[in-house]
Design a protein around this ligand. Structure first.
Ligand code: 13P
Ligand code: SF4
Length: 361
């Protein structure tokens, strides 16, 4: 039995009182156990013809293992693309459930495993398919664009799926055709894209429990303490925080900015898991976490996604050894849900995205 901590989380559910969820976070293994688990995982990836596809927010051990074994650590667009193009018959997704579902929708013939199938996302939880369907039904004149952080059933109602790295060009492309957009679920990303493109967008009012916590006033104070620092912000953050950014972008885009900028000091408003890659790639630069609610705040104010934290070495080794935690998507949904994802991936090729991750470059 793995040792875990249970974290309780409140999240925005538009039209409802604040809803609650939980995350089951594995405790760190002892040093010898850690090494033994890493060796077991390496062996099992080969034996199972499996590739590990990890997000920048998961534990550094999993990020390193993914890269060292021929997999990838990347943003959600590159994760989808990499797993789709890789020849392995099993894709192991270290991330949250919508990432595993996207891999399965794109590769129904492959086995897709996840360390913990209960790894949720507040954006996905706050946008149930039936409520979202009613929203779409009420606005039939709008092109439906959904963020990757949604269930397969919500994607099946969409015309387009986007991730943070491609949302802007897709919406610009649609606006240029005179299309009015229905956007879901992240209100901050939706607002940001709307402001940048001038598109006519009707927004679902979801939010990310991690990014929603960044605080503009405290960020201004931190900037005063580090006058030369460059502020890197993920667009799921509140508008007031985005306004203070030097660079706004997806996780991959923020890492690239840290690599390419002349600045030596950075303030980072996205999940702290990303600092592992930033510090590895830029060992002579200094990275600070952007301020959240601060002292006395709850776990979701710790700049780390509680559901990404559910991915650990123990449960990764277990799923590879037992075949447990396979992702299944209703086969009746897949043919419809794959359309907005394929549309995005095809469009990405026309504008030279995705970047195939930072670490593998
Ligand atoms: P990226 O696509 O930028 O990696 O974002 C995914 C996500 O869940 C951010 O919270
Ligand atoms: Fe969802 Fe936020 Fe976690 Fe990303 S960081 S997976 S948006 S809850």
């Amino acid at each position: 039995m793995n040792r875990t901590d249970i974290i309780n989380i409140s999240y925005d559910h538009p039209g409802h009182a604040t809803s609650s969820a939980w995350a089951r976070v594995p405790l760190a293994p002892a040093p010898e156990e850690r090494l033994e688990l890493i060796a077991r995982i390496r062996r099992m990836l080969t034996l199972q013809d499996a590739v590990l596809v990890a997000h920048y927010y998961v534990h550094p051990d999993l990020q390193d293992l993914a890269e060292e074994t021929g997999g990838i650590v990347s943003d959600s667009l590159d994760m989808a693309n990499f797993g789709h193009l890789h020849k392995a018959t099993t894709i192991v997704v270290a991330g949250v459930r919508f990432m595993g579902e996207t891999a399965k929708i794109l590769n129904p013939e492959k086995r897709v495993l996840m360390p913990d199938l209960a790894a949720e996302c507040s954006l996905d939880l706050g946008c149930p398919a039936d409520e979202f369907g009613a929203f779409c039904d009420a606005h039939p004149d709008r092109t439906v664009v959904v963020y990757a952080n949604t269930s397969a059933a919500v994607k099946a109602r969409a015309d387009w799926m986007v991730t943070s790295s491609i949302a802007m060009p897709v919406v610009r492309h649609l606006a240029a055709q005179g299309k009015k957009i229905l956007w879901a679920p992240d209100r901050h990303l939706g607002n940001y894209v709307q402001e940048q493109t001038g598109a006519d967008m009707l927004l679902w009012q979801g939010a990310c429990v991690v990014h929603d916590e960044y605080k503009a006033r405290e960020l201004v104070e931190l900037k005063v303490q580090h006058p030369g620092a460059l502020v890197l912000v993920h667009p799921e953050s509140p508008r007031a925080v985005i306004k203070l950014a030097d660079v706004v972008g997806s996780t991959t885009q923020l890492i690239r900015a840290a690599q390419n900028a002349d600045a030596r000091v950075f303030i980072v408003a996205t999940d702290s898991g990303i600092l592992h890659k930033m510090r590895t790639l830029c060992p002579d630069k200094l990275f600070f976490e952007a301020p959240t609610a601060g002292a006395g705040a709850n776990c979701t104010s710790c700049s780390h996604c509680p559901w990404m934290a559910m991915n650990g070495l123990q449960n990764l080794a277990q799923v590879l050894e037992t075949g447990a935690n396979e992702i299944h998507v209703d086969p009746a949904i897949i043919p419809r849900a794959v359309l907005p994802i394929r549309r995005m991936l095809d469009f990405a090729k026309t504008i030279n995205l995705p970047a195939r991750g930072i670490g593998n470059v």
